[in-house]
Design a protein around this ligand. Structure first.
Ligand SMILES: *[C@@H]1O[C@H](CO)[C@@H](O)[C@H](O)[C@H]1NC(C)=O
Ligand SMILES: *[C@@H]1O[C@H](CO)[C@@H](O)[C@H](O)[C@H]1NC(C)=O
Ligand SMILES: *[C@@H]1O[C@H](CO)[C@@H](O)[C@H](O)[C@H]1NC(C)=O
Ligand SMILES: *[C@@H]1O[C@H](CO)[C@@H](O)[C@H](O)[C@H]1NC(C)=O
Ligand SMILES: *[C@@H]1O[C@H](CO)[C@@H](O)[C@H](O)[C@H]1NC(C)=O
Ligand SMILES: *[C@@H]1O[C@H](CO)[C@@H](O)[C@H](O)[C@H]1NC(C)=O
Ligand SMILES: *[C@@H]1O[C@H](CO)[C@@H](O)[C@H](O)[C@H]1NC(C)=O
Length: 484
């Protein structure tokens, strides 16, 4: 995707697989895509995601359903010395219904030296924790990062954190990984319903602590980090923390967050967004239509044209994730796959209202990082949401802090690497000290601290700025394969 979603439409015309054959057969491309995706699964046929019979909708959210203590890493591509666990647990969807979901926990070799406490020993250490919210992986059960060989985002985030001695708990999000309850009821992924995925994140922390109480104590410090779709989830989590706090929370980092995307699509329709981001947003409209349908079944893909719906069904038939989505929609203009009246449909507007992130109070500190050359998300649009949020903080006499930093000359994914020196230190400071421990002028009246700044890169004119996560995917031969 170009983003948060990776719609590859802009990249695909240049791919030989497409251009050399004229108009490709979408079903054949779907098959090719999904075979390659399957080759990137740690276990092509994992029974881990089968929900135990004792699952019930009456369980409390955050209840543990299954634990895989030590995942066999021989089929993964995870740096040696790290280890992995997977858990299944209960969460709540946007409507508050209990659903089963999966998550992974990536363990460091040992806790970071700055964290090692007198109470923990080498045989039973406790770890600082980051709850990681991934970006768009797709809409189907097959698109679970916990079953991708390199966990999706690999060295960008989870490996980077674990190699610094920080444990990472990462929900797949409900509907990804676990696909049905024991009675066969399908669990759809409520794409772009960020408060629902924030529930998945919160409940993954609670369940991981229940599974590993000595390694992850129930009040131990944790920070939240998310990118793109997951940046919106992370910010939604910061809002959720006010209403339904999870102990130990120390702050949130949101990279290029997908917030208020329906509003962004409206802006794009009115010409208020650049042409590249507009094209991406039209691709994203298909995914949001699926997300709204997951919450409101009667919506039934309003928002997608008949030709878009036909291609969507080709994708759904093979349960294709982001790389395959790019292939299936090749040869179509994104704008031809989506309807004009989507953004004034009453269900769309209700969904947008219920899932609104930004322009609301939250529990901070919150660090928002944006990419100047983001193909998915125009930084000016994001900045206006940051401003709206700061006004709300000030009007409410909030003392929370919101820091916004714009990284010059970088794209949607390279932003994460470009800013690692900043965000890694930020996370460590939060996990090692008190929440929001930055020095304050004690004589000044308490007020919200909103700051905005630009970060200049060195030689950004010659650096490689690929719009996809093109890093550590095995055996990738073509650009479309980099979408996971
Ligand atoms: C997948 O697992 C199921 C149930 O264990 C088994 O029946 C099936 O043959 C497996 N398929 C493959 C391709 O291994
Ligand atoms: C479900 O059964 C498993 C295996 O018997 C057990 O470990 C687990 O605690 C049970 N979970 C619930 C929520 O009852
Ligand atoms: C891990 O999987 C590999 C490959 O399937 C297998 O050879 C090995 O025995 C497994 N290790 C354990 C500890 O189960
Ligand atoms: C979720 O709640 C909305 C609003 O009450 C309702 O219209 C919708 O049908 C519910 N979705 C499901 C799957 O029950
Ligand atoms: C959704 O719309 C499609 C195409 O218009 C139709 O074939 C299908 O039956 C509808 N599904 C539901 C659940 O209404
Ligand atoms: C929604 O917007 C479209 C495009 O601007 C317009 O054609 C349509 O009439 C509007 N529908 C409603 C219900 O307002
Ligand atoms: C914020 O503080 C001002 C000045 O002390 C006060 O007049 C106002 O009522 C406060 N607003 C809220 C929402 O508490």
């Amino acid at each position: 995707m170009k983003t948060f979603l990776l719609s590859l439409a802009g990249v695909l015309p240049f791919l030989s697989v497409v251009s050399s054959q004229g108009l490709p057969d979408p079903a054949a491309l779907a098959q090719m895509g999904v075979e390659w995706e399957t080759s990137q699964h740690a276990s092509p046929n994992s029974t881990f995601y089968t929900v135990p019979q004792n699952f019930s909708r009456d369980l409390a959210p955050g209840t543990l359903l299954a634990v895989e203590q030590a995942t066999n890493l021989s089929s993964y591509l995870v740096p040696s010395s790290l280890t992995l666990s997977r858990i299944m647990y209960t969460t709540t969807n946007l409507n508050g219904t209990i659903q089963p979901a999966s998550a992974y926990v990536l363990w460091p070799y040992a806790p970071a030296p700055w964290f090692a406490s007198s109470s923990s020993s080498s045989s039973s250490p406790s770890f600082p924790l980051v709850a990681w919210a991934h970006g768009t992986s797709g809409l189907f059960a097959t698109c679970a990062p916990s079953n991708y060989k390199a966990l999706m985002y690999h060295h960008f985030v989870p490996f980077a954190l674990a190699k610094q001695g920080i444990a990472v708990v990462a929900p797949d999000y409900a509907g990804l990984g676990v696909s049905k309850t024991p009675d066969g009821t399908h669990i759809p992924h409520e794409y772009s319903a960020s408060p629902a995925q924030a529930n998945d994140l919160a409940n993954a922390v609670i369940a991981a602590r229940a599974a590993f109480p000595s390694y992850l104590p129930s009040t131990g410090p944790f920070a939240v980090v998310g990118h793109s779709q997951g940046g919106g989830v992370a910010w939604a989590y910061a809002q959720r923390q006010l209403e339904d706090p999870v102990p130990g929370y120390r702050g949130t980092v949101a990279f290029a967050p997908g917030v208020q995307v329906v509003e962004m699509i409206t802006k794009a329709r009115n010409g208020g967004v650049g042409p590249i981001q507009t094209d991406t947003l039209f691709g994203v409209q298909r995914l949001i239509s699926a997300g709204i349908t997951a919450v409101y079944p009667s919506f039934n893909f309003t928002g997608v044209t008949p030709v878009g719906y036909e291609r969507w069904n080709i994708l759904a038939k093979v349960q294709g994730c982001m790389p395959t989505q790019g292939l299936v929609f090749a040869g179509l203009e994104n704008r031809d796959t989506v309807t004009l009246d989507f953004t004034n449909d009453s269900t769309t507007l209700e969904f947008a209202k219920r899932t609104k992130v930004g322009g609301k109070p939250f529990k901070g500190p919150l660090l928002v990082l944006a990419a100047e050359n983001d193909v998915s998300l125009q930084p000016e649009v994001l900045e206006s949401i940051v401003d709206e949020t700061c006004e709300v903080l000030e009007a409410g006499n909030s003392t929370e802090s919101l820091e916004y930093a714009l990284y010059e000359g970088v794209n949607h994914f390279p932003l994460i690497s470009a800013s690692q020196a900043e965000w890694m230190d930020w996370v460590k400071e939060r996990l090692s000290g008190e929440a929001g421990s930055k020095k304050r002028d004690c004589d000044a009246p308490p007020k919200a601290r909103c700051t905005k700044r630009r970060v200049k890169g060195f030689r950004t004119d010659v650096s490689v700025q690929f719009p996809l996560p093109n890093f550590l995917v095995t055996e990738a031969e073509a650009v479309w394969q980099y979408g996971l």
